[in-house]
Structures are given as C-alpha cells and as structure tokens.
Design a protein around this ligand. Structure first.
Ligand code: ZN
Length: 433
C-alpha cells in the first residue's frame, strides 16, 4: 500500500537536511522526495503520516549481532571474558531450544524496531528458527549459522553439512531475509574450515561474516600458531581474495598498518561494537586510522549479553565518546560521522541485498520517523547533535521497512505476546539450569 509522509519538518539526506518535504513510498521504494507545496496529492488508498514536527531519516543498520541473546540479558555481567563465557554464557547457550531462538529473536527485533533499526546482520544457532522470527518481524536481516570446528575433523564435517543444507535451502532467497556464511572466528575455526567457508560464500554469492581481532590475546595466539597476525592469516588462506567487499569483520580492534591496508584493498567492512568492546574491556578500535586507510565501516551493538541493549542511538553516542576520551581529542568521530556509520552509508557489503545507506528517490524505503517534540530533541540547534548526543531510541515514532509500516506511533504488532513468550523462555532456561 502506498505511503505518504506529509510535510516532514526535516529529511536527512546524504547532501544535507531538507526542510518541509513530502515523501512518497510505493512498491517498497521511495518514489519521491519533494518540497511539500510542490508534491502531488496522495492517491486514494494511500496511508498518510503527518510529518510535521518530525524528522525522517534512514533506518539504522545493525551490522553485527546475536539477536536471540536477548534471553541472556543481564545473566552475567562484570566478569572476565573466559569465566563469563565458560560459567554463564556457554552453559545457557547449550540449552537453547528452537523456541528460545525464535522468541529471543522476535524480542530482539521488537527492541531494534522500537529504536529505529531496520536491518540486522545476525550470527547465531538454529538458523531456520531465527530466519522465521525475522520474517515474522518485518525487519530486514542477514542470517548466518555460527560455524566452528575447534580444529576437530568430525565437528568440521558436521558443520559443513549443516551449512550446505542451509545454503541449499536459503541462499536463493533475495527477499528481506537472506543468508550469510558465518565462521565464528579464527580461534574457533581451523584454516580448512575458513577456506571452505570463503569458497561457499563466493559460490553462493552471499556475505562472509566473522569476528576478527577482538582481543589482544587473539592476535598473540595467531602469531604463535601461524607466525602472522589475524588478517594476514585470513589472507594467506585466500579468504580475502574470495570474499572481498562482500565480507564483514566484527570488532576489528587490534589491526596494525599492514592489516588496515590489506582490509582496505580487499574492501572488507569492519564493524565497530563500542559498548561490547568497553564492557568486555577488549580495547578501542582506531576509527581515524581505519578511515584514513579507506576501510569501509559499519556500527553494531553485538549480542545483548555484552551490551546490554540493541539501541543504535546508544551505540552512536558511545562510539563518538570513546574515540574522544581515548585519543584526548574532542574533535574525533563527530556526530555526522556517527550518523553515517549507523545508517550504513560507509559500506556496500549488503548493497546487493537491498540494504541501502541513505534516503533518496529510488532507494529501498527503510525509514525511521523521529519526533522533534520529544524533550531530548528540544531545542533543535543541530539535528545531527541531538540525534547522536541527546536522543535514544524512544524518540522514534514510526518505522518503515521495505515500504511496510512495522511500527506506527510506537505500536509494534505482536509486542505483548512476544514479551510474554520471551519471559517464559528465559525463565525456563534459567530454572532448568
Ligand atoms: Zn559478536
């Protein structure tokens, strides 16, 4: 059904903020952005949304997450990484049932939609349930089965079979939800598995998604095992050559100059996860060095267990503040750059899947409408500043994905039922522990 956003006070585009505009959406795309007085009248049957006192901007793109970890929110905090994983996270993950994956992902999707996110790049278990949950949510999503073999040939064969089966079933889908190949990391995957994953991603024409250089330990262990740093190890396996610009590396904290050049040449996207990196004390991504090297970048909250929410507004602010305090330079990562990161404007990794960066005529209609009457948005000296430093997800009123309204005036379909089921699943998971 066609949608008109009538007389939007502000529309954020790549070239700047336009005022008093009317936006028309049809067939999943933005068909017109015109000065309100010059816009044609909406056709009969059009859903008209009042844009007065509101800003319209591209929805956020969450480029790295483990959606169903919402059920583990707050289950283990303030712990060292290894005890946190071994005592809290892995034992609970080992007991996740298919319905936990479904309702945990639905809960994540509602939280994301309510804070203006239109797309998530997910890596987790039980892909069919996660896939179904994202389809039911109305969001766009890239879904990958987390692969690891812990250097064991038997495990490797099993996970390869699983991924082959899933790619046969899902790789042809070019809809809102689509498949990726997602080896977990270089320390949980053997070189053989990483090579196989890159080849399968290339053959299937899907994005390759991995955690890279999250901790200093990971780099040291790679140097000990392979005599080279992590991105050189990936390169020596031929991975970067195969997956190139259709690849996404989460974290990307501990890179040296030679690795940044390698990543930039390959066109691989580095995803910044500031909250997770701070919470687990992993380190600080070097935003300026990556930018100067020409590395494509995106932003993400990671899984809820290491965040503990999925609000990309928080993530923008944390990204900006972290760069400033870490470098002692308050001009680092200014608001406009934080917005570009969150909107996905600095990467084409998912472009062929219809995940666009900015608002313009002809692009997919993935839009958030923000109240300018929310207290955090008043006064409006600078829209960029308010969005990054003052706002949080509560300023978002309406979200449109692929031309369909998924939240209107903060109402999301099925929300009460999803919350009821997620509470039940989390209770059953922890009481059977
Ligand atoms: Zn992660």
């Amino acid at each position: 059904m066609p949608i008109t956003i009538d007389r939007a006070a502000a529309v954020v585009t790549r070239t700047g903020v336009l005022t008093d505009q009317t936006i028309q959406i049809n067939g999943g795309r933005i068909t017109a952005i015109r000065p309100a007085d010059a816009a044609p009248r909406p056709a009969d049957g059009t859903t008209v949304i009042d844009g007065r006192d509101r800003a319209v901007l591209a929805g956020w793109k969450n480029a790295h997450t483990h959606a169903a970890m919402t059920l583990l929110r707050g289950y283990g905090d303030d712990m060292l990484l290894q005890p946190w994983l071994q005592e809290r996270i892995w034992p609970l993950e080992a007991r996740l049932r298919p319905e936990d994956l479904y309702w945990g992902t639905r809960l994540a999707a509602i939280e994301m939609i309510r804070s203006g996110t239109v797309f998530a790049n997910d890596m987790y278990f039980n892909l069919p349930e996660v896939w179904r949950a994202f389809e039911d949510s109305g969001m766009r999503a890239a879904v990958g089965l987390a692969m690891f073999d812990f250097h064991d040939a038997e495990q490797r064969r099993a996970i390869m079979e699983d991924v082959d089966r899933l790619l046969d079933r899902y790789a042809g889908s070019d809809g809102r939800v689509f498949a990726t190949v997602a080896p977990h990391s270089i320390y949980t995957c053997s070189g053989e598995l990483l090579q196989w994953a890159a080849r399968r991603a290339e053959e299937a024409g899907v994005v390759f998604h991995i955690h890279m250089s999250e901790t200093r330990q990971e780099v040291e262990d790679c140097e000990t095992a392979h005599g080279m740093r992590p991105f050189h190890w990936l390169d020596s396996l031929g991975v970067l050559e195969r997956v190139g610009a259709r690849s996404v590396a989460a974290h990307g904290i501990w890179l040296d100059d030679t690795e940044r050049r390698l990543v930039a040449d390959a066109g691989m996207t580095v995803v910044h996860n500031p909250a997770s990196n701070m919470k687990l004390a992993s380190g600080v991504l070097d935003w300026a060095a990556l930018r100067d090297a020409g590395v494509p970048m995106m932003l993400a909250p990671d899984g809820v267990a290491s965040n503990n929410n999925l609000d990309m507004y928080d993530e923008m602010k944390l990204a900006a503040l972290l760069q400033k305090v870490h470098t002692g330079d308050p001009t680092r990562l200014p608001a406009a750059d934080a917005l570009a990161l969150a909107a996905g404007e600095l990467s084409d990794a998912f472009a062929t899947n219809g995940v666009g960066g900015h608002l313009a005529e002809g692009v997919p209609a993935d839009v958030q409408i923000v109240s300018l009457a929310a207290p955090q948005m008043v006064p409006l000296h600078h829209l960029d500043s308010n969005l990054v430093y003052a706002a949080n997800g509560s300023v978002v009123e309406t979200v449109i994905v692929d031309g369909e309204i998924v939240m209107r005036d903060r109402q999301v379909a099925d929300e009460a039922e999803v919350i009821r089921q997620a509470r039940r699943c989390a209770r059953e998971l922890t009481t059977s522990a």
